[in-house]
Every structure is written in C-alpha cells, then in structure tokens.
Design a protein around this ligand. Structure first.
Ligand code: GRF
Length: 208
C-alpha cells in the first residue's frame, strides 16, 4: 500500500482511573509495535491519573462530569459526535467504569472492545480480581471481548490464563494480571486493525 493511501486506524480509549492500559497502548504505538493512532481519550473523572498520562503523551482528551448532564443519553450523544468527527474506527474501553448504552453501541457494535481482569463469564463486573481470590480459584486471567449492552457479556475475542498462588493478595495478583493485559490488549487491537478478527454472532475467530 502506498504511503499516501494509507489511512491511519484511529482508536479512542475510554478510561476512568490510573490508565496503565492506556499507557501500554501509548508505549506500544511509540515502540512501533502497534500501528494505530490514539486519537482521543474519553474520561469521566477529571482527577484520574489517565488524564495526566494523555497530556504527557499529547493525546486529546474529552474529560467530562456525568453529573453536569441531564442524562447518560445526553453525554453519550456528545461523545458520539466527537467519535464521528474524528472518524474513530475502534472504541477501546480500558477501565471505563460506566455502562455503555445503545446511543454508542448501536452505531459502533463490533467496534467496541473491553478488557476484563478475569476469565469471563466468571467474575464479571467490578472487583473481578477480588471476586476470584474470594472464590478460591486456582486459575484466573484476562479477557478481551466485544461490548454489548450487558455487563461484561459480549463475544469473547481473546483470553489468557494466570495462575493464582497460595499467597497471592489482590495487589500481587492484580500486578500479574496487569502485565498480561498490557501485552494482550495491544496484540488484540493490532489483530483488529489488520482485519484478522471476525465476529459471527457470539463467536469470534482470530486468524493469523
Ligand atoms: C484493568 O484491570 C482492566 O481489566 C479493568 O480495569 C482495569 C484498568 O486498569 N477493566 P488501568 O486503569 O488500565 O490501570
């Protein structure tokens, strides 16, 4: 493909917290391991560390306070306008602590992904790490999936297992899971960008 014809693959990352996954994506792009443009950060928490990370990386951020909107539909409509304006190809949820509704899902279904720190369908929702420890599983892991209207219920793209050690705490297990997330998310986004991820109902095939 000639350089002039090459349109960058544009992603928007949605996050509410520390943003270590956001950082992993920024670093993968900078290292030439992921050929996408991180066009936008969407964040619902003005104080979140991820906002600083975006500023440092020179990524535009839309930071909003949900309370300042009459409804979720209203702020999602504003986000949608931004996504369309910037011709976003893929929405990447990375610790975004809000449910996404039809306003965004309908126009973007199959182009919104999420990462979850457990082997879905086990331990969905918040505290996936604590839930796994509490239950006493010996193996947990990381899931990347397409987003539908439910809580961590969409079609699964990729999973990696992580063993739980006898003495693991939420912190130590969380650190192991994060390391896996930081490898897996850029890899999956690269596969989507390359057109190697095929969604068919509940099933997803990733080809090489
Ligand atoms: C990650 O563990 C991710 O799986 C979950 O939220 C966490 C975000 O972490 N959805 P960070 O903000 O990227 O460090």
């Amino acid at each position: 493909m000639s350089g002039a014809a090459h349109r960058p693959f544009r992603i928007a990352v949605f996050a509410s917290g520390s943003g270590s996954n956001f950082q992993a994506l920024v670093d993968a792009v900078a290292a030439g391991k992921l050929d996408v443009t991180i066009e936008l950060l969407v964040c619902d928490k003005p104080q979140a560390r991820v906002v600083e990370r975006a500023a440092q990386a020179g990524v535009n951020a839309f930071v909003f306070r949900p309370k300042e909107y009459a409804s979720r539909a209203e702020y999602e409509a504003e986000i949608l306008r931004l996504l369309e304006e910037r011709q976003i190809d893929l929405i990447v949820l990375a610790g975004y602590m809000r449910l996404i509704t039809a306003t965004l899902i309908d126009p973007y279904y199959g182009r919104i992904i999420n990462i979850h720190p457990a082997l879905l369908p086990s331990f969905p929702g918040v505290n996936g790490i604590a839930q796994a420890l509490e239950y006493g599983v010996k193996v947990t892991g990381v899931t990347v999936h397409f987003v539908d209207g439910g809580m961590d219920t969409g079609p699964i793209i990729a999973q990696r297992a992580v063993e739980v050690a006898n003495d693991d705490s939420e912190e130590t297990l969380g650190a192991k899971l994060h390391r896996v997330e930081h490898e897996l998310y850029p890899a999956v986004i690269g596969a989507i960008r390359d057109g190697r991820v095929h969604l068919d109902g509940r099933h997803v095939k990733v080809t090489s």
